[in-house]
Design a protein. Structure first.
Length: 129
């Protein structure tokens, strides 16, 4: 039984498009020797990144891990008696990794803002000419 003859029952239930040999020769697939188009194929809208920097999400997650760490410290004796001391370790690791993630997303946000302000200033200077 081969996958190309259509006898695979799992493949017949799938709603994903099947790649054919005609699709492989498309100019936007990056096939060697083929000329790539300058923009997206006709009828497709170019994708742009979302205008979201992620700082709020990482900050909320970090605060929640910090609260879980404090609760774990309050219940330290119970956690130790029940053999669940690893819950405290998990919360502390989540808090520490959240702080690292917060540092990363804040740096990313600042770089994105610097690039955006650089593009805005270059647009305004070229428009003034």
């Amino acid at each position: 039984m081969s996958l190309s003859d259509g006898s695979d029952p799992a493949a017949s239930n799938s709603s994903a498009p099947i790649l054919t040999s005609d699709d492989a020769s498309s100019p936007h697939t990056g096939v060697p020797g083929e000329e790539a188009s300058a923009g997206p194929p006709a009828g497709e809208i170019p994708l742009e990144p979302l205008p979201y920097d992620g700082v709020a999400s990482v900050a909320v997650g970090t605060v929640l891990w910090a609260i879980a760490s404090v609760v774990g410290l309050v219940l330290l004796d119970d956690l130790r008696a029940d053999g669940h001391l690893w819950w405290l370790a998990t919360a502390l690791c989540g808090c520490g990794l959240g702080l690292l993630g917060l540092w990363v997303v804040i740096r990313r946000r600042n770089r994105l803002r610097a690039v955006a302000s650089g593009q805005a200033s270059s647009r305004s200077s070229s428009a003034a000419r």
